[in-house]
Ligand binder design. Structure first.
Ligand code: HEC
Ligand code: HEC
Length: 224
């Protein structure tokens, strides 16, 4: 509607200010409509930009003693770990989760003994080696579920922290190996480049790796 007014009457006069020059409810409504859509556009642009960032090690320079700083850093790391892109594949139950609301996977599937699905219904029956954007189907050559001892769903950040640093529950990884997994594993990396329409985890995998290395350097302390 706003566009029609613009092209048929005064091409150069655009924006809410025009409503006062032209009396009539329709014009007012379109001016308000325009103002509302401009506000929504502004919100859409500013909002993801704000939440998408990940802090860098330098951002923690001033914060408290080393233990407090280490915990603060892990809280930032937690914005990735507790993101639906990660948790959906680290569920505590038998089924993967999906979407930002972390609902149960539809169609119903089970993890099976090797976390790759069951006979006749493997994860790779549907999930291909690459994302299929037009079908909203995530993909990766190694697409399967994290074993149940690596479940993060429903756990506090402190619990997740202690669990991932425990070789008995993290697949036998040393701190160095854990860092390498976080910073370089490309199944983890899928979280930053999901299929179209799915929100990526904040920052980049490189920034995430730097933050994780800094957490280890500050003593790898976990939130309570
Ligand atoms: C019958 C087909 C099919 C099978 C088998 C299947 N999936 Fe899916 N999966 C889908 C579809 C379709 C979607 C996308 C749904 C949507 O739009 O969110 C999906 C989405 C997902 C997501 C959501 C990603 C996100 O962050 O939102 C995860 C995780 C997932 N599948 C894991 C698995 C795992 C692990 C297995 C094997 C145990 C598996 N899937 C087996 C069809 C399947
Ligand atoms: C498609 C499913 C899937 C997604 C998505 C996924 N993971 Fe995993 N994750 C796994 C599997 C499977 C393992 C078990 C080890 C392996 O086979 O690589 C695992 C293991 C891990 C481990 C090893 C140790 C442990 O205690 O859990 C870490 C760390 C990890 N993932 C981090 C992440 C992070 C961070 C994200 C999100 C950015 C993520 N994962 C997303 C499937 C997934």
């Amino acid at each position: 509607m706003a566009f029609r007014h613009r092209s048929t009457t005064h091409p150069n006069q655009v924006g809410p200010g025009r409503a006062s020059a032209v009396p009539g409810a329709t014009h007012h409504r379109s001016a308000i409509g325009l103002a509302v859509s401009l506000a929504l556009v502004a919100f859409a642009f500013s909002h993801p930009a704000m939440s998408d960032q990940l802090k860098a090690p330098e951002d923690f320079a001033g914060s408290g003693d080393q233990v407090a700083r280490s915990i603060d850093v892990f809280r930032e790391i937690g914005r990735v770990l507790q993101h639906p892109r990660c948790v959906n594949c680290h569920p505590r139950g038998d089924s993967p989760l999906q979407g930002d609301d972390m609902r149960k996977h539809e169609p119903p599937v089970r993890r099976g003994e090797a976390n790759i699905g069951v006979v006749g219904m493997r994860c790779t029956t549907c999930h291909q080696a690459k994302n299929i954007d037009h079908a909203n189907l995530p993909g990766h050559p190694k697409w399967h579920l994290a074993p149940v001892e690596m479940a993060w769903e429903g756990k506090s950040l402190g619990e997740i922290c202690r669990q991932i640093s425990d070789p008995a529950r993290n697949g036998g990884l040393s701190m160095d190996a854990l860092l390498k997994h976080m910073a370089e594993d490309d199944l983890v990396g899928w979280g930053w480049k999901p299929d179209a329409g799915r929100m990526p985890v904040p920052g980049s995998q490189e920034q995430f790796g730097k933050l994780f290395a800094y957490w280890i350097k500050t003593g790898a302390h976990c939130p309570g």
